[in-house]
Design a protein around this ligand. Structure first.
Ligand code: SF4
Ligand code: SF4
Ligand SMILES: [Zn+2]
Length: 257
């Protein structure tokens, strides 16, 4: 029993021998809160591994390190069922877009977090480079609807001369790739998003993850240089030295195979 915690790290109650192996009591609330603790532990471990492997030539021992996720899905031909699901979604939102009151489309589009990155920083080339390294982990949320909603269609209609509904639907369908990532957005292909930025949803254009916020903070703290690593579990996959314009150098501590 020596070395094992004797009290729950959630509530501080005394633990049985079996409970002390995990350091937690059986209270569901302690287990729920512990998810954050475990995540912090994994992050700390990943950061230690990343820092230990930094090349001396980067002179980055004191640089900020951003942790990015990594898309691990496989590429596969897109099924007809997925394309049909997108078509049905488009048909529905085009009808709903026609029912939106004029001028209200702007507030009808869903907003999302930028994790504190302001509009001036959001266009920095480094962020696109970091997303390229990650491979679009967040696009898994796009499914077969790509976050497209009536407000997205309304925005398109507002910008252009009148368009037939069928023309809009066929236009969106024309960008579906033949091969895409499994369990990810229908527009998510090997080289990233196949949908032109101007007709993507507001969510897709706006979202910036926590890892990107760490990149921005790292650049500020490191006076224009920072390290960012894509990580699976606690294993760094690709570690890169960045400046504001993008990647300066990369190393691959672990093979993805
Ligand atoms: S926003 Fe974050 S999760 Fe999404 S592609 Fe970029 S780095 Fe990856
Ligand atoms: S439309 Fe593009 S950016 Fe949006 S979730 Fe799909 S692949 Fe990602
Ligand atoms: Zn407890």
């Amino acid at each position: 029993m020596s070395g094992q915690p004797r009290h729950c790290r959630g509530c501080g109650c005394e633990l049985s021998t079996i409970q002390s192996i995990r350091g937690l009591c059986d209270n569901p609330e302690c287990r729920r809160k512990d998810v954050d603790f475990q995540q912090r532990q994994r992050r700390q471990t990943a950061l230690r591994i990343i820092r230990a492997g930094l090349p001396a030539s980067w002179q980055a021992k004191n640089a900020g390190v951003a942790v990015l996720p990594r898309n691990t899905e496989r590429l596969a031909p897109l099924s007809g069922a997925r394309i049909e699901a997108l078509r049905q979604h488009l048909e529905q939102i085009v009808i709903e877009a026609g029912e939106l009151p004029d001028r209200e489309f702007e507030i009808k589009e869903t907003s999302t977090t930028t994790n504190g990155i302001d509009a001036k920083q959001a266009d920095l080339p480094v962020l696109g480079a970091a997303c390229g390294l990650c491979g679009g982990h967040c696009c898994a949320t796009g499914g077969d609807s790509a976050w497209l909603e009536p407000g997205t269609i309304r925005r398109l209609q507002w910008r252009l001369l009148p368009l037939a509904d069928t023309r809009i639907i066929e236009h969106y369908l024309s960008f579906v790739p033949e091969t895409g990532y499994e369990n990810s957005c229908i527009y998510h292909a090997e080289n990233g998003c196949c949908l032109p930025r101007s007709i993507r949803s507001n969510v897709c254009n706006q979202y910036l993850c926590k890892g990107l916020a760490e990149v921005v903070q790292g650049l500020k703290d490191g006076e224009g240089r920072c390290v960012a690593a894509t990580v699976i579990g606690v294993s760094p996959i690709t570690v890169a030295l960045f400046d504001t314009l993008g990647i300066l150098d990369t190393i691959k501590p672990a093979s993805e195979e």
